[in-house]
Design a protein around this ligand. Structure first.
Ligand SMILES: Cc1cc2nc3c(=O)[nH]c(=O)nc-3n(C[C@H](O)[C@H](O)[C@H](O)COP(=O)(O)O)c2cc1C
Length: 219
């Protein structure tokens, strides 16, 4: 039951306290995530943990690129051709989030400010970048998804919170160069990690879900 409750409670957190996290705590989380299943136990995950001055410097670089409107050069480009129902859901997600924050449809400046918070890691003291060898295919990407979710749940288990962010993979060459990561390591996502600030306005919104019966066929 505790696990089911944890799954129900997990959410993307977009406001963190500045409280630092010890390396030991992060190691515990990564150990738990490393217990994830993977295709033939291949364990394709590669992880970079960034805190302190390095975190601040990288945030500044990514923020400036995003603020200047530099187009994304993501290793895994954003989907362009979504089926209608899925595209609709993504659109509604964005609209509901802004509505919950009282940000109007035409308030482009505030919307942009909120988008840019991604690159401040929502004030989290730690950001984790997740890489995978570029020659690997969809099976390994599936493994990576399991790893990332397990990491997120393990973080929750020690009182931390996360936000998985595709936006942090927009400028992979810059991240690789800054962290001295080999060019063959594809950047999948960044994950902001920290103690949640429950009172942060960005944490007001709680996302909705499809009902089980809308995505399940019973036989
Ligand atoms: C692969 C992936 C990429 C995401 N990228 C971002 C992002 O760049 N910025 C952000 O604020 N949230 C991002 N999210 C969070 C989703 O918006 C969020 O998971 C979804 O709306 C459901 O909300 P919940 O996680 O609070 O349940 C991402 C989630 C995933 C799984």
């Amino acid at each position: 039951m505790e696990l089911l409750q944890a799954l129900e409670n997990r959410r993307s957190t977009r406001g963190f306290k500045p409280t630092p996290i010890t390396q030991e705590t992060i190691r515990t989380i990564l150990h738990a995530a490393g217990r994830s299943p993977s295709y033939t136990n291949s364990q394709p995950w590669e992880v970079a943990v960034v805190m302190g001055q390095k975190r601040d410097a990288l945030s500044r670089i990514l923020y400036q690129l995003a603020e200047a409107g530099t187009p994304s050069n993501a290793d895994e480009p954003a989907p362009t051709n979504w089926p209608l129902d899925i595209a609709q859901r993504a659109k509604e997600h964005g609209a509901r989030r802004f509505e919950a924050l009282g940000v109007g449809r035409d308030d482009i400046a505030r919307r942009n400010e909120l988008r840019l918070m991604n690159f401040k890691f929502f004030d989290a003291p730690c950001v984790i970048f997740i890489f995978m060898e570029e020659s690997l295919g969809p099976w390994s990407t599936m493994d990576m998804g399991i790893f990332i979710q397990t990491l997120s749940l393990a973080a929750q288990g020690v009182g931390l919170a996360t936000c998985m962010q595709a936006s942090l993979a927009n400028y992979p060459d810059v991240v690789r160069e800054f962290l001295d990561i080999p060019g063959s390591h594809k950047l999948l996502v960044g994950i902001s990690l920290g103690y949640p600030d429950e009172d942060a306005p960005l944490n007001i919104y709680r996302s909705e879900r499809k009902d089980v019966d809308t995505f399940t066929r019973w036989y």
